[in-house]
Design a binder for this molecule. Structure first.
Ligand SMILES: *Cc1c(COP(=O)(O)O)cnc(C)c1O
Length: 231
């Protein structure tokens, strides 16, 4: 099946899940995760109307997307993988959002680099909600402290949260992971009424239908669009 066909099928499945959950059609954004797949695959997705992309490694993101974004300025790239401090300068000019903020220390560095690049960057805090992945903030208190530490930073804005559910067939476990993210968002929305924390990035190829039922506003889909990743 072509990338165009797979994309059409995923879009259909998103619409069905929105409808099943009683949510407005179009309330969930589709991000195509193109890691390990070549620029040609991204171009194929772009020609089927896909504009939002995600990569998880800084080097790969830059090599692949700097030329693509020059040719297609309406496309948008987010980083969804761990960010080391020494890669911040490289990634900031290329992305509109970093979804994988997992510690407070990198935020002022991102802010400074965004200032230098003359842009504003959106941030999502990654929250650890499952047993398997160790990535992300471990508890709500460390999230509050990180939000507090952002006061006065002009070039970054927190717009929501991201999580990865454990990779399991146990539907209850997956839902419970998504519910933890929703609960964190609700708690933060109450505590910080001035912030717009409406983005909930949750759901991948294997679990995006559940994520949409649990309130996801952005699903990150790789395999179901581009096929298995080359080893
Ligand atoms: C790879 C990746 C995805 C997409 O995974 P698929 O199972 O291929 O859909 C989503 N989010 C993150 C953070 C990833 O690293």
């Amino acid at each position: 099946m072509s990338v165009a066909d797979r994309l059409a099928r995923v879009r259909e499945q998103i619409l069905e899940a929105e409808s099943r959950a009683g949510r407005k059609p179009g309330s969930v954004r589709l991000m195509a995760i193109s890691k390990f797949h070549p620029a040609e695959a991204v171009l194929e997705a772009m020609s089927s109307g896909q504009t939002l992309f995600g990569e998880n490694r800084v080097q790969e993101a830059c090599t692949k997307f700097i030329p693509l974004l020059e040719r297609y300025p309406s496309a948008e790239l987010h980083l969804v993988g761990t960010l080391q401090s020494n890669k911040i300068r490289q990634i900031v000019p290329v992305v509109s959002c970093i979804q994988s903020i997992d510690r407070a220390e990198i935020i002022p560095i991102i802010d400074r680099q965004a200032g230098t690049a003359g842009k504003r960057i959106k941030l999502l805090f990654e929250f650890h909600t499952g047993e398997e992945s160790k990535a992300g903030f471990a508890d709500a208190d460390s999230v509050f402290r990180a939000i507090d530490s952002m006061a006065g930073l002009a070039n970054v804005s927190l717009t929501g949260f991201m999580t990865m559910a454990p990779f399991t067939d146990d539907e209850a476990e997956v839902r419970s992971s998504f519910r933890k993210l929703v609960a964190l968002r609700d708690e933060c929305a109450k505590r910080y009424p001035g912030l717009d924390l409406s983005t909930l990035s949750m759901g991948m190829s294997s679990d995006f239908r559940l994520a949409i039922e649990e309130g996801s506003t952005l699903v990150r889909i790789g395999t179901a669009i581009f096929g298995e990743r080359p080893a």
